[in-house]
Design a protein around this ligand. Structure first.
Ligand SMILES: CC(C)(COP(=O)(O)OP(=O)(O)OC[C@H]1O[C@@H](n2cnc3c(N)ncnc32)[C@H](O)[C@@H]1OP(=O)(O)O)[C@@H](O)C(=O)NCCC(=O)NCCS
Length: 158
């Protein structure tokens, strides 16, 4: 696991998100752009990363950061695991390391947004299983019938 961001991560993230079967071409580019932004601006970008690798292969990664204008609220922007490695505990491990990092950075709440579409049912099951509670539902946010589901985990005071 590493938190340093390297130039080759741009393409590795593009490949991983592209292979996930969950995201549009536009979303793939957004994920890669966050890596580019981090490389350009460092931690001032507000984007933090964790990459899990084995023998040079990216197994999974997560991207998170503080929500501007809040005291201690963080967003999880991305989490993804290689399709052939899912259900092996990598996602849970990554998310728990994200939570440790958020708390080390002074975070008190971690928010996660996802779609209500049935495609994301396993993703929602994953967040529930990792201790996240549904905080809000924004009706028809992404499209008619495609709501935004917001999950949150609140960390105990240090
Ligand atoms: C969501 C994701 C990151 C989870 O990673 P993962 O390594 O597969 O998850 P884990 O193996 O750590 O699962 C932890 C628990 O979550 C639940 N879970 C995970 N995948 C699930 C699925 N497909 N169906 C039901 N429950 C699931 C299970 O309870 C699981 O524990 P168990 O296997 O002991 O029953 C991964 O499936 C993924 O990359 N999905 C596509 C991209 C995505 O949706 N990203 C989130 C939006 S940015």
């Amino acid at each position: 696991m590493r938190s340093d961001v390297l130039p080759e991560d741009i393409q590795a993230v593009r490949d991983l998100i592209g292979a996930s079967g969950f995201f549009s071409a536009e979303e793939v580019e957004v994920a890669a752009e966050l890596v580019e932004e981090r490389l350009r601006r460092g931690s001032a970008s507000g984007y933090h990363f964790l990459f899990l690798e084995d023998a040079g292969r990216l197994l999974g990664y997560a991207c998170f950061g503080p929500v501007a204008g809040t005291r201690g609220s963080f967003d999880l922007y991305w989490i993804a695991v290689q399709p052939d490695l899912r259900r092996g505990g990598i996602g849970r491990h990554l998310l728990s390391r994200v939570e440790e990092s958020v708390q080390a950075l002074g975070g008190r709440r971690l928010y996660i947004e996802t779609s209500s579409r049935s495609l994301y049912e396993p993703t929602r099951a994953f967040y529930h299983r990792c201790g996240y509670a549904r905080a809000a539902l924004l009706q028809d946010f992404y499209a008619s019938g495609d709501h935004k589901v917001i999950f949150v985990k609140v960390f105990p005071p240090a």
